[in-house]
Design a protein around this ligand. Sequence first.
Ligand code: UGY
Ligand code: MN
Length: 282
Amino acid sequence: MKTKSPYHGVSSDEQKYTQLLFQNVPGFTRSKLKPEYALIAHESRVYGGLFGWTNTLGAYVVSPGMNKATILMTMVSMNTNAKSYVPSPGAWRFAFVLDGQCSIRYRDEDAEAEVTREDLKAGEYFYFPMNVEHEIYTDEKNQCELVMYEAFTKPKLNGTPDEFPTGQKVIVGETDALPNIETPGEIFRLKKLLPQTLEYDVNFHVMDFAPGETLNVKELHHPQHGLVILEGQGIYRLNEDFMPVQQGDVIYMGPWVTQWYGALGKNRTRYLISKDTYRDPL
Ligand code: UGY
Ligand code: MN
């Protein structure tokens, strides 16, 4: 598959290249697992079969149990004629296309119809609320690389513990078609991929930094993050560690991790980051 995707370096192909580079430094990796955060550099990903999926390999890069994570984040590599399997009952699923192309079909309960969206490409993304029947698939010609996030849906805001939000919709969108959102006091450009309404317990942000730009706020906050660097390189501060990072790296930040980023090099940094929203931390 020839590709022009700007996110190509995040895909599994690039892993071979990165592994070649690292052959010169036996045993060396920037990857690190701490109780509060994790950095999973590209060369540390381990791909294997994904339960129930057809013609697909996946590398879990963030999972509950590794530290304080309550999200599952998977790098998904779909071959031709691939098909997804259902998420855990009660879990939402979000995926962002990194390279190649895939299609989705799902049951739209409002319209009482099956909907198909074909040929989703790099920068396009989709969100399935809990219990929405769906399938992600490739055809006989195309492969597809995704970063996928899943987590159990949190009970409704101000509801009882067994009351789940109603009104969440399937969202399908394209990153570059979204407007930049105002970021008072900040320097980077920000797009939010899901609606900013109370039904959703998570959002996904795409953040762009020109070389030399930084996070202005030295953040320390409750929501956890699962982050993948789509383009560029720089220095990520995680608590007391200043970590060199680059395209293809994944970072998990638990609650209350001091975080800061400075973009370096010749090209912009673009990263995708999950953020817990609209639920009381208590
Ligand atoms: O919204 C955020 O918390 C985001 N700015 N954090 C981050 O980029 N580390
Ligand atoms: Mn943050």
